[in-house]
Design a protein around this ligand. Structure first.
Ligand code: DX5
Ligand code: ZN
Length: 218
């Protein structure tokens, strides 16, 4: 199975959001990656429910919503109502992670857990069998266009092993600094999903860049 491509809307032109959504609709991309930042968990603020609802009205592919907010459990139903299909909460922002995962599934979304670069893979051991996605940060969250952290490869391999051992169906999503140079090595290490913001949106031909990413082989 080929890698899942999730272009990050954070790097889109917000003054031409519908145009950029149509570009993704008409490309080989699989999901829309939607980054929500609250200015507290991360040092940046992005957008909230009205923008996500607007994206949903035009998107013909699932919305993969990545919450970089404190107390994400307060808003699970609202993200479902806004159109999220997959909802990831940060382990570092979740006191009751197990409960949040159950709530995400109860309201009818796929459940993801995001982990920062400093967070060990082992911290996922008690929830790995319950989740659909791990959003592994390969940059410190908050901004697009940052440099990929090389240590991520070792974390992917370790996570892949944990997934296999626990019979988990969770997919490994790599978020931050994915480009045409590291894509193959990431796939080889065990990645299932590539988030790509800067690589797609600052390229001359985003549809072609998505096609090339989707065609990644080990
Ligand atoms: C960073 C976000 C990423 C970001 C990735 O905090 O979670 O999804 O948009 O952007 P690139 O691909 O440009 O690193
Ligand atoms: Zn993200």
């Amino acid at each position: 199975m080929s890698v899942i491509i999730a272009p990050s809307v954070l790097s889109a032109d917000f003054a031409n959001l519908q145009r950029d959504i149509e570009m993704i609709n008409n490309s080989e991309a699989d999901w829309f990656h939607v980054d929500v930042m609250d200015g507290v968990f991360v040092p940046n603020i992005s957008f909230g429910f009205p923008v996500i609802s607007a994206i949903k009205r035009h998107a013909k592919k699932p919305l993969d919503v990545h919450l970089m907010i404190v107390q994400p459990e307060r808003y699970i139903q609202q993200f479902k109502d806004a159109g999220a299909d997959i909802l990831s909460v940060h382990i570092e922002a979740s006191t009751h992670l197990h409960r949040s995962i159950q709530q995400i599934k109860q309201v009818g979304m796929q459940a993801g857990v995001a982990i920062n670069p400093h967070t060990p893979v082992s911290s996922l051991s008690e929830v790995i069998a319950d989740i659909d996605l791990i959003c592994m940060m390969s940059v410190n969250p908050g901004f697009g266009g940052q440099k990929f952290i090389e240590r991520t490869y070792a974390k992917i391999s370790e996570l892949k092993e944990m997934i296999l051992k626990s019979n988990s169906k969770a997919k490994i999503e790599i978020d931050g600094g994915v480009d045409l140079k590291n894509a193959s090595a990431l796939l080889k290490a065990g990645a299932d999903v590539f988030v790509a913001g800067n690589t797609v949106f600052s390229s001359k031909d985003p549809v072609e860049t998505i096609r090339v990413l989707k065609a990644t082989t080990v």
